[in-house]
Design a protein around this ligand. Structure first.
Ligand code: NAD
Length: 254
């Protein structure tokens, strides 16, 4: 398996959960992976070590996306790391995965809480893409991690769902423009996945029943279920697929 040999991928929020799964999977396919993290540099080191022990190449980059300043900081650091490794600052695959699980109904949503989820889920990916454009090589890939919460009404995840809806719109809108650059833009819409974001649900027997019952397969998802789809979207095999919102929820939206 080396469909991504010679490619460089940036995966945001890759120190744990779905992002970690995607980073490991892309590295398994031969990509050099920039493992972005926000605070937990030890967890990022662990992911880098795991990739290296499997024969791959990876390095970590820290940045906080609570403001767009974090995006500038990330690219400043990425440029330096890539220059050391490749002599240039170009890469091939951007996975916008970083996100927060915010439980809040319309009554509970505050301007501050909405700004926080909007900055991380919408502003950061938008400016990450904007600044990726001069750096992305031919046949570039942009993969946005959205959510099945944009297909099923979840009133207790209001800001979360609304901002993921914006990511869906960003995905198909940019796909139209960036085809001219030979870049594909797609989104993955996971259902409930076994990550720290869902620890509270998956530790509770009622929550477990709910999570398993949502999908057509009677189980909740694992990061690998999402990572395999990301590997396809990152690969040359997906060259004719763009602007797609790919449900990866085991049919939870049905
Ligand atoms: P997680 O909490 O395990 O990981 C989230 C990642 O985002 C972490 O690596 C974290 O460092 C990063 N992050 C959080 N705040 C950040 C900030 N301020 N700046 C930069 N990075 C930040 O969650 P996960 O389940 O792995 O989620 C990954 C993505 O998948 C998210 O976008 C999430 O919305 C989406 N998603 C998750 C599920 C699920 O059920 N777990 C379902 C649908 C979509």
């Amino acid at each position: 398996m080396s469909k991504l040999k010679g490619k460089v991928a940036l995966v945001t929020g890759a120190s744990r959960g779905i992002g970690r799964g995607i980073a490991l999977r892309l590295a398994q396919e031969g990509a050099v992976v920039a493992v972005h993290y926000v605070k937990n540099h030890e967890a990022a080191d662990e992911v880098v070590r795991e990739i290296q022990s499997n024969g791959g190449t990876a390095f970590k980059i820290g940045a906080d996306f609570k403001s767009v300043q974090g995006v500038h900081e990330l690219y400043a650091a990425l440029d330096v790391s890539l220059k050391e490794r490749t002599g240039g600052n170009h890469f091939d695959i951007l996975v916008n995965n970083a996100g927060i699980g915010q439980v809040a109904t319309i009554e509970e949503t505050t301007e501050q809480s909405f700004d926080e989820v909007f900055n991380i889920h919408v502003k950061a990916p938008l400016f990450l893409i904007q600044q990726a454009l001069p750096r992305l090589r031919d046949e570039g890939r942009i993969i946005n991690i959205s959510s099945v919460a944009t297909r099923i009404a979840m009133p207790n995840l209001l800001g979360y769902s609304v901002t993921k809806g914006a990511i869906n719109t960003l995905t198909f809108t940019l796909a139209k423009q960036l085809g001219a650059w030979n870049i594909t833009v797609n989104a993955i819409l996971p259902g409930i996945i076994d990550t720290d974001m869902n620890a509270a649900i998956l530790q509770d027997p009622e929550g477990q029943k709910f999570a398993a019952g949502l999908s057509a397969f009677g189980r909740w998802g694992q990061p690998e279920d999402v990572a395999d789809v990301a590997a396809f979207l990152a690969s040359p095999d997906s060259r004719w697929v763009t602007g797609q919102l790919i449900d990866t929820s085991g049919g939870s939206h049905l």
